[in-house]
Design a protein around this ligand. Structure first.
Ligand code: ASP
Length: 342
């Protein structure tokens, strides 16, 4: 008998207007169920767990990911799949983090939510949640069809650690610019099996990695960036890694002060990762003289990873390794389908 666990954490999907302030705030899951008679039509068990407190996802912190991991691990044997109802603001971070924290995952963990609350007439919450549950219950060749951490939104199932929030307006709230959709929902749900990561061997034990080191910074490069500000940030004593959001395929200024600041930081042992701000495409540090200059001062390629995935992958590696040099060598490995190395 199939059974799915829905974990409700908050987000717009379950929000209602506060009559006094007019602002949206989370309300309880019993009221969500009332808005969704379709839940009773599934021919299998759907159980729910509600987090307490329910949060707007802009309040998400790493301890929330740890709580989610334990909730999944404690219920792993009893359920065929998991659907997490979550706000859209940090959903791509949570999906990325869970993908790294849950090693040997062999069951679907699908995050979804909505742009309009479930009580609104035109809500996207019902279709998102119904499709996510159906996908979580789907099997293929005797195993779960999508044994990955994913995001389902509008009509697409995306690999979680490839996503970025793309729109604060459209129902298609997420993009996955560098990896195709794992499934598309129309009149049928069509799975793209070639894009899904299947275990080499089924039957591995789920392994949790909950020790995260968050001493990571993100530095967005822009024309006119202040040298003192940059120097101050990179010389912070507790910082172990910085993600540089550069330009295009990983380019940045070649002015001597800029490269010197990076070189000093890198010589001090700081891990510097080069990530592209472009929705599609990859960092290529040998394409232009400007990106090669970064490589020469010790900056490492983040390939086609999203900033969200890069942050979470660093949290994981830094939590596991005290030595930054080991983290740098581990970095080059694609561990959960988060990057493409050609
Ligand atoms: N602020 C909300 C949240 O992330 C937005 C949403 O759910 O779409 O919780």
């Amino acid at each position: 008998m199939t059974s799915i666990l829905v974990i409700y954490t908050g987000g717009t999907i379950g929000m209602k207007q506060n009559p006094e302030t007019g602002a949206l705030q989370p309300f309880n899951f019993e009221q969500i169920k009332e808005e969704m008679p379709a839940l009773k039509k599934f021919g299998f068990t759907i159980n729910t767990i509600s987090f307490d407190p329910l949060i707007d996802s802009s309040d998400v912190q790493p301890d929330f990911w740890v709580k989610l991991c334990y909730t999944i691990a404690e219920n792993y044997e009893r359920y065929n799949g998991f659907v997490i109802l979550h706000g859209t603001d940090t959903m791509a971070y949570t999906a990325s983090a869970l993908s790294f924290m849950l090693e040997n995952l062999e069951k679907p963990v699908i995050l979804t939510g909505s742009q309009l609350p479930i009580g609104a007439i035109r809500t996207d919450g019902v279709s998102n949640m119904v499709s996510a549950i159906e996908i979580a219950a789907t099997r293929y060749k005797g195993h779960p069809c999508v044994p990955e951490v994913c995001i389902f939104f509008e009509n697409k199932l995306l690999r979680g650690n490839r996503t970025t929030k793309d729109s604060a307006e459209l129902f298609r709230a997420f993009r996955s610019g560098n990896h195709p959709a794992l499934a598309e929902a129309g009149t049928h749900i069509r799975f793209n099996h070639n894009s899904i990561c299947y275990p080499q061997q089924w039957g591995q034990t789920l392994c949790l990695h909950t020790n995260l080191d968050t001493n990571v910074g993100i530095l967005k490069i822009f024309p006119g960036i202040n040298p003192e500000l940059m120097k101050n940030m990179l010389s912070h004593s507790e910082l172990r890694a910085v993600i540089l959001e550069t330009y295009g395929s990983g380019n940045a200024p070649t002015t001597s002060w800029f490269l010197e600041i990076l070189k000093t930081a890198s010589d001090r042992g700081l891990i510097l990762i080069n990530v592209t701000p472009c929705p599609t495409g990859s960092v290529d540090m040998e394409k232009y003289a400007n990106s090669l200059a970064l490589k020469n001062v010790g900056v490492i390629s983040g390939y086609d990873m999203t900033t969200e995935a890069a942050v979470c992958k660093l949290f994981l590696f830094l939590g596991q390794q005290k030595d930054n040099e080991i983290v740098k060598s581990l970095w080059q490995k694609n561990i959960r389908g988060e990057m493409t190395i050609n």
